[in-house]
Design a protein. Structure first.
Length: 383
């Protein structure tokens, strides 16, 4: 294979001989590069390298929008959950497709992507733009595996770095204040269990009585509740780490035992006994709790307790932080939360660990003997 470059209009035309037709006529590939000749030379070397590897060069009018559509339908829809698909589709529809969709796939280069990120930062946070980068990069990586591109342009781009988000956690006194405020609310049992177990909202709302062993003090997390387009469904947790057995505190076991008795009485009043497959938490009609309703009601309770801005998910962070402050092993906390690794847990709660350094040094000071200087040793020997 060979190729050349010649000036054409405001750019440079690349011509590559890719083979011959059955009648012996040469087959050529053409591409126009805007900019200086050096840009065209770099692009020519890229194309020749790609073809040397046996990867076909995308031809025709295939655009970035075409690729994103194919990726959504061919990969995301079959390998990701429905909520993930909806989230990716929203980002593509509102951001990637309007600004990058019209560009021919073969002409997409790192400079275009970098400019797109810079433009996005004018009105969006670095975290939001970085999320767009991750989606675009995944789609382009898939196109490389499919032989549509020779390399992923996102690999040569510097995406914005999101600022580390400090998790909001409650102190023991704030937990008391929150629980007192929530004590008369119908969602009090969910709130109390959330801060006592560290379970996610979807995990709590998916619990059945068969998942709770009050004698062995354990909770089995085997399914979650999702709401998509107004419809509530139950599914297995997204990862194998999320499917786990969580120990509960004796106080939580006592509370759940009393709560279960109340549920049994209520069910008998309604004319049917409480079954193992019944939800632990449901609404007045006996249906699953709407996760959005729980979130909104919790926000009201937190505001009334003087804790404005605290989210329901922050109860999970509070559980982890209080466990760390009480000396629980990071491995134990990581398993209770259903994280993929201890390193991930420590990265999230690094600010809590930083605050524990003084306490740790004080404990070390108690067990370490006092040091003896070299001059003191010499004085002892002389005597």
């Amino acid at each position: 294979m060979d190729g050349n470059i010649r000036k054409r209009g405001n750019g440079w035309q690349i011509t590559i001989w890719t083979g011959k037709k059955p009648d012996g006529t040469p087959v050529r590939y053409y591409e126009t590069v805007k900019g200086v000749k050096t840009d065209a030379q770099i692009r020519l070397r890229e194309l020749l390298t790609v073809m040397d590897k046996g990867i076909p060069i995308p031809t025709g009018q295939s655009t970035v929008s075409d690729l994103l559509n194919r990726w959504l339908a061919g990969y995301v829809k079959t390998n990701c959950c429905e909520r993930t698909y909806d989230g990716y589709n929203t980002v593509i529809r509102n951001h990637l497709r309007p600004d990058l969709g019209h560009i021919q796939l073969r002409q997409l280069n790192p400079s275009m992507i970098q400019i797109y990120y810079g433009k996005g930062l004018e009105s969006l946070s670095a975290r939001t733009v970085h999320h767009q980068h991750r989606i675009l990069s995944q789609a382009l990586k898939w196109s490389v595996r499919q032989g549509l591109l020779g390399r992923n342009p996102c690999d040569m781009v510097d995406p914005p770095i999101p600022r580390r988000k400090i998790m909001r956690t409650l102190t023991p006194s704030e937990v008391d204040r929150l629980l007192i405020q929530a004590s008369s609310h119908r969602f009090y049992p969910i709130i109390y269990m959330a801060v006592s177990s560290g379970l996610r909202r979807a995990e709590l709302l998916g619990l059945r009585w068969r998942d709770i062993d009050l004698d062995m003090l354990s909770i089995s997390v085997s399914r979650v509740l999702y709401k998509r387009r107004g419809v509530v469904t139950f599914k297995e947790p997204k990862t194998e780490h999320s499917q786990r057995c969580v120990c509960m505190t004796p106080k939580l076991a006592v509370f759940l035992r009393e709560y279960k008795k109340k549920c049994e009485i209520m069910n008998l009043y309604l004319g049917r006994p409480l079954a193992l497959d019944d939800l632990v938490f449901n609404n007045i009609e006996g249906n699953p709790v709407d996760p959005c309703t729980l979130t909104h009601e919790f926000a009201k309770i937190a505001r009334m307790a003087g804790l404005g801005g605290v989210r329901f998910h922050d109860l999970r962070h509070t559980f982890a932080s209080l466990m760390l402050l009480r000396g629980a092993k990071p491995k134990v906390i990581s398993e209770a939360l259903g994280h993929a690794s201890v390193a991930f847990t420590m990265d999230i709660y690094s600010h809590t660990i930083d605050g524990m350094q003084e306490e740790a040094m004080a404990l070390l000071d108690e067990i370490m003997p006092a040091g003896v200087s070299a001059s003191s040793e010499r004085q002892v020997v002389q005597k």
